[in-house]
Design a protein around this ligand. Sequence first.
Ligand code: SF4
Length: 391
Amino acid sequence: MNIDSLKKCVNAKSVPHLGLYIHIPFCRVRCQFCAFYVQIPQEKRVQAFLAGLAQEIELYGWDMGLGNISVSSVYFGGGTPTVLSAKQLVAVLDDIQRWFAVSDDAEISIEAHPGTMNREDLHILRSRGFNRISIGAQSFDDEELLQLGGRVVSQATETAVALSRQAGFENISLDLMYGFPGHSTSSWQRTLDATLALEPRHLSCYAFTVEEGSHFYDKVEQGIILAPNEEVQASLALFTADYLNAAGFEQYEISNFCQPGFSCQHNLRYWQGESYLGLGPSAQSFVSGVRFGNPSDLDFYCVTIAQGDLPVEQMEVLDSQEVQREHIVFGLRTMKGVLLSQVKSLSEINGEWGRAVHRLHLQGLLREEEGYVRLSQKGLQYADTVAVALL
Ligand code: SF4
């Protein structure tokens, strides 16, 4: 897309602060459950990607004029950012700091896979500005890890956490997964115990899903493994919330828990309807009510940027009602919920939408409390149904 076409739609002056998401599209192996856009890293393609990314950062920061907006969070995700060397990652962060107004107290996160982390790189990352690390642990049972296909053993996660702490990372998060075929409460409890023993500040606990495009999807289609059992998952979700609350973790979003003061600022942006800019193949953006995204295609990404254009494939300008609706739907994922006054105001403008809200109340999926609308306990289990009804 020509940069002027997007510039005309995005009102940069109306954006008080911005979050940046960098998609690093490489992983050494594809996990069985994963449907993200990732490729096996080959030197030539990594170099082409980094060259494209440097140009994309400059295009948005300088040519598009987003570089004057204060950036309060930067998130390196993927893929596995740590398949790149610390030197390469720091060079990307330096570019971001050159072209964007990253605030001094910005949260700068990096996702990491235990099999790709070493002492020296972690020290470099921490000393050059990364201040939060999110480690994909998934499980502390080696047989389960084999089943999930990440090709790493639980000992590697323990080492990764220890090395991160030694490098100076205080804000350490672990990603875990529950509810895959054959998963039991006792085994999940052992994983939670092993996790808590490592004293992370933040935990993301995701229910296993069978995503189209993943190896598991094919296996379920062929009848080789069973699809996840929703009742088992619902009971594990309840167990997780109780267990982690008792251990001092606050659930602040359906899948996310933290110790006080350690919620993920970047992810909160998504749920609070704030602007974020996604860079890299397959990254999605939402800036001043305009949604746009890059396609999952590294070749297209590199070629388009080399021509001086943005690698944006689709763009949607939301009207004010759509913005409000999305704000409410994403906000309901948080335990704080959304202001009752916002829900009332949209219900008055759009009667049909208001009736949908009323029906969800009658079904016991929403509750009102202290001037906020929140998902009920039952609503947490059926969050996707609520989202579909309200979008
Ligand atoms: S490490 Fe993460 S992004 Fe890479 S294949 Fe596994 S789940 Fe997907």
